[in-house]
Design a protein around this ligand. Structure first.
Ligand SMILES: [Zn+2]
Length: 101
């Protein structure tokens, strides 16, 4: 059953583009666990997958600026949680701090 939001042609095109850019920029490892990514077999445990930095359910967009490439294992285990603060992909974008301490 392909009722998933990520089953759309639009998502397919965006994710393909993100994967291609990752390859073009020389990303060969998972952004989280640094496993060498498998770009050929994306269903392998280390298969390259496109992940939302800010989950869609939390308002994250499908724009490439919100997308990163990680391995399938991390993508699955991460689920809907926000990305661990590790990589500098977000550096150009200020974090939303709506909370008042
Ligand atoms: Zn990983």
């Amino acid at each position: 059953m392909a009722s998933s939001r990520t089953g759309t042609t639009e998502w397919f095109n965006v994710s393909r583009r993100v994967l291609r850019e990752a390859l073009a920029t020389g990303q060969t490892q998972c952004i989280y666990c640094h496993t060498p990514l498998n770009f050929e077999n994306r269903r392998a445990p280390n298969g390259a997958q496109v992940d939302h930095v800010i989950p869609h359910s939390k308002g994250g967009s499908d724009h490439p600026s919100n997308l990163i490439v990680c391995c399938r294992t991390c993508n699955i285990s991460k689920g809907n949680r926000a990305a661990p603060k590790k990589k500098t992909v977000l550096a150009s974008k200020p974090l939303k701090t709506s909370r008042k301490w």
